[in-house]
Design a protein around this ligand. Sequence first.
Ligand code: 13P
Length: 302
Amino acid sequence: MMRPLCLWTVAMLAASATAFIPHTAFRPSSPVATRRCSRAVSRGTGVSMMSGRRPFIAGNWKENPDTLEAAIDLAKVVSTASSSASNVDVAVVVPFPFLVPVKETLKGSNVLIGAQDLYTEDKGAYTGATSLPMIKSVGAQWVLCGHSERRALFGDTDETVNAKLKKVLAAGLKAILCIGETKDEYELGVNKLICGLQLAKGLKGVTKEQMENVAIAYEPVWAIGTGLTATPEIAQDVHSNIRAILGEAYGQAVADKVVIQYGGSVTPETVDELMAMPDIDGALVGGASLVGEKFARIINFK
Ligand code: 13P
């Protein structure tokens, strides 16, 4: 009895969220059949011949490493490794205190830098907060919005995630919107509905033009830090559904340009198969991004 009710409820919620995104009647669509072909990346240009999307791999350092010295050492390895990974955009998303020194260390490389969160007020009596103007002023190009750890541990909701995302975009920076279902939701079979809902609420009020500065990271919570990676087929199924939803919201031309990263226990052993999927355009890497050689292999995926 519960299963149809849950599915129905979530479906209704997802459907009602569709009005938040401008330009279209946004409806979670049925999943697009998984295409079992390669993404056909031309390693000469780094751009998929099928999609025109350039792969984007980012290392999310989370609350690591524990010293500035270790952060600089890691950044040096990433900087060196990036020289052989010319066909992919690479970023490191680091703790606030490391933004400036890591950026300095990466000077001369192509590695971009990002922050892991922001507070929506620009300045004031908000002890412990870091504002978007601060993040922008130290030269960060990317900001994560809605990572599941921020949602689960620090109280981020779809509404605050949406406010943060719009703040980032209004300032001309780029945002990675993180979405993903929990293990319970996966087991109930509502992963695509949950992702559709988080997508609709996270992108409320975001325009077609602003989508140029948005990447989506599909990070199933059950795969984060657990060693359980979604199979390439599971991830592809969700990614193609995300793209179909974006297509309904913004038009296929816009949806086809949006980079959708996969995150959740990505390793040197799993990256090649994941990246071979047509709608997996990159990775958001946690644990393996803290080990220089592993991240080097991941950004040099085959
Ligand atoms: P892991 O790669 O450690 O599973 O973390 C994924 C993640 O949360 C990236 O944002």
